[in-house]
Design a protein around this ligand. Structure first.
Ligand code: ATP
Ligand code: MG
Length: 276
């Protein structure tokens, strides 16, 4: 049996989805990975940190009128803000820049922490869809990730931005437990695989970071179409190559037996909110 202190440390595993630049498929990966994990009988909360545009909702074909902003401004309880979807995953929309949390007063932060800690205990995984680019205000989230999923495309600009992102992490001494690199929108699989291998070689040699696994996702019209009809491809096109990639990643993540050396998300949240 767990002691009380250990019991308190329990909580969901955190999967942070990041990219060096925008438009590379971060939200698509977040949504479909969350769904693939929920298919493995895990409870998943997807946190949409995208402001205003609500791309996660568009991808899921659902709309939520409430966001964290309403929690702060109108004191609406968090469990009313969480949106249930027809896909067995729950979604929480930020509605504000995550770094704006810094500006809320202490009382707000303390209650946010308490409410949030209570709420997320029932989930096995939290998937965070973060804004593109390295953001110093989000460092404690990169750091606390059990899994950092880095999405890039084979385009040189995307690769350079991804490299810069990881280099910043190295400079700041941030070391997530596992790093998965997803190369998305690959049209030529052979060339894509070669450039991914080369890229990971560069990361390991020049940044000194160990990449846990690489994943290569084909450019498929079915993905585009799934966005248009607002139905996640992991459910409607299960044999599409990008679906297989998402299920493989979900399997790797949920099969991880190695204990994470990370402080729990709930603990880290305190540090982030400055109430540690
Ligand atoms: N594998 C793919 N095959 C075909 N099209 C794709 C693929 N991946 C992404 N796309 C297209 O790219 C678009 C952008 O994807 P997505 O919204 O996930 O990017 P993002 O990185 O979250 O962007 P942002 O930086 O704006 O949040 C999608 O709407 C889709 O049309
Ligand atoms: Mg997005």
């Amino acid at each position: 049996m767990l002691g009380q202190a250990e019991g308190l440390k329990e909580g969901p595993k955190v999967i942070t989805v990041v990219s060096g630049k925008g438009g590379v498929g971060k939200s698509i990966v977040s949504v479909n990975l969350a769904i693939a994990i929920s298919r493995l009988q895990k409870r998943v909360l997807l946190f949409d940190a995208d402001i205003g545009f609500g791309s996660v909702e568009i991808l899921l074909g659902t709309t939520s009128k409430l966001s964290l902003k309403d929690y702060f401004q109108k004191k609406i309880p968090l469990n009313e803000i969480i949106m249930n979807t027809p896909y067995d995953i729950d979604v929480l929309s930020s509605g504000l820049e995550v770094e704006d949390l810094v500006y809320f007063n202490m009382g707000d932060k303390n209650s946010l922490y308490r409410d949030f800690a209570n709420l997320i205990r029932k989930y096995d995984y939290i998937v965070l869809d973060f804004p593109p680019g390295y953001n110093e205000n989000l460092e404690s989230f990169y750091e606390t990730s059990d899994f950092l999923v880095v999405v890039t495309t084979p385009e040189p600009t995307s690769l350079i931005n991804t490299y810069t992102f990881l280099k910043m992490m190295m400079i700041k001494g941030i070391d997530p437990n596992e790093i998965h690199v997803v190369m998305n929108m690959v049209r030529d699989m052979k060339k894509g695989r070669q450039s991914l291998e080369k890229f990971v070689g560069v990361i390991e040699r020049f940044i000194g970071m160990a990449v846990t696994a690489t994943h290569i996702m084909r450019f498929e019209n079915g993905v585009r179409r799934s966005v248009e009809i607002q139905k996640p491809f992991t459910l409607y096109k299960k044999t599409l190559q990008p679906s297989l990639v998402m299920y493989r990643l979900a399997n790797m993540i949920t099969r991880q037996r190695k204990e994470s050396k990370k402080e729990s998300f709930i603990e880290k949240l305190k540090t982030f909110l400055g109430i540690g």
